[in-house]
Each structure stands twice: as C-alpha cells, then as structure tokens.
Design a binder for this molecule. Structure first.
Ligand SMILES: [Zn+2]
Length: 250
C-alpha cells in the first residue's frame, strides 16, 4: 500500500479514537515506518537483537501480534507514545495484507495505485472503533479477517475498518466488568485447585499402580495423561490471556 494510503487510514483511525494531534502525527509516522525502515528488530536466541525483514503482504501474524502486545503493555503503563508507535507499525502490515498481489506480485503495483487514488472513508474508522472489544482474541479475529481484496474501494474500506477496530481494542482504557473479574478468579482457582492436582495426581497414581503390578515401563503413560489434563483446560488459557490484556493474572 502506498504511504499516502497508510497515512490516510491512520489519520481516520486517530480521529475516530480521539487521539491528540501529537499522537495522531505519531500514528501516521509509525504506519509508514516499516516501508522506510524495513528491518524489524527482534530478539535472537543469544538474547541479543537483530533486524529481520517481514513480508509486508503475507506477514507472520505472530509478529504483528507481538507488536500489538508491546503496544498494549506500553498503554497499560501509561507510555502512550510507545503504544501508538508499536500500534502504527503493526497496522502497516494489517493494511498491506489488503492489497491484491497476484502470482509473482504481478498485480501489486496496479492494485496499490488503484487504492492510492481513493480517499479513506472516516465512517469506516468510526464503525471499527465502536465495534471493538478490548481483547487479544478480538484482535486476532480482526487479523484473521484481513485478506487481499480485488476491489480497491472494498480493500481500502476493510483496511480502515480493521485498523480502527484493532487500534481501539489495543488502546482501550475500559476495565473489565466486576462479573468478568469474578469469573476470571473462579477460573484461576479451578485451575490451581482442581485441574493441576488432577494433572499431577493421576500420573503419580498410574506410575504407582504400574510398579505395584510389575509393569513399571507403563508409568510413562503418565506423561500423555498429564499433558491431556493440562491442555483440556482451554477456558483457563483463554481467560488468562484475556486478563493479561488488562495487566492482570489469574
Ligand atoms: Zn509496506
């Protein structure tokens, strides 16, 4: 997507979210930064940092999500500028995904020019901000909806809507309701006092029984039992991530 399109979308998003003029300028700047500075800094296995290139039109969603987590944590800590910077960089990739590239990028330049001739519609940014839920799962669902679209108007509309929804979900200061907090606490207790003891206790009983009946090698079956018990508690992991979005632990 051309810089003008990224800037247009980011301006609409900033207005829909009611960001200050300074933050609006920062969001616009950050949203074109991946084209100016294509190296994305990430930690390597030695604990150092190295620059890697991210494919703009088919980026790994996990890298976008990492940027959005950084933005969210900065926002929770009151570092608004850091939050907006990371958010803007993440939105760049979400927007680029909407450009149709075709085989061997044959359609890319034309599709980018067609989108670049259009103006972003602010009503899409407003709709995206209003529909957003402050949740990492919601953000992932928005990213999953981002895809290349043949029609340039629809591509720009979708990029604006999803950018605004993700931005609102990431920068939202809304707190979870008391009933949601209570549910998270119950989930945490259930996991600690029911699921974990079962996950540990069942393999121990299994191993003990295996030794008693003289087939000690069967005790290795405790490993899949442990893993199955831990993995079956999907609701806990879902809620734990949701709570982390608000800086809370279960
Ligand atoms: Zn790009």
């Amino acid at each position: 997507m051309k810089w003008t399109s990224h800037a247009e979308i980011s301006s609409c998003v900033a207005c829909a979210l009611g960001l200050s003029d300074d933050l609006q300028r920062l969001l616009v700047e950050a949203s074109v930064d991946p084209d100016r500075n294509p190296l994305h800094m990430k930690e390597n296995e030695q604990g150092g940092r190295q620059g890697v290139r991210i494919r703009h039109h088919s980026p790994p969603r996990s890298e976008i999500m990492k940027l959005l987590w950084k933005a969210r944590i900065a926002q929770l800590h009151g570092r608004e500028e850091d939050a907006v910077w990371c958010l803007g960089r993440a939105l760049h990739y979400v927007q680029d995904v909407h450009v149709r590239t075709g085989p061997y990028m044959i359609s890319h330049d034309q599709a980018e020019s067609d989108i670049g001739r259009l103006r972003a519609d602010p009503s899409n940014a407003v709709a995206g901000a209003e529909a957003a839920a402050a949740s990492p799962h919601y953000v992932r669902a928005c990213m999953a909806r981002a895809k290349p679209i043949r029609d340039p108007r629809l591509a720009l509309d979708s990029a604006t809507l999803l950018s605004s929804a993700i931005a609102s979900a990431t920068l939202s200061n809304r707190s979870p309701s008391p009933s949601t907090r209570d549910r998270w606490k119950r989930e945490g207790r259930r996991h600690r006092f029911v699921v974990l003891p079962l996950a540990i206790g069942l393999p121990v009983v299994l191993a003990f029984g295996a030794f008693v009946v003289g087939v000690p090698h069967y005790s290795v079956l405790g490993i899949p039992v442990f893993l199955a018990a831990i993995c079956s508690d999907s609701q806990y992991y879902y809620d734990r991530e949701e709570a982390r979005w608000f800086g809370m632990s279960l």
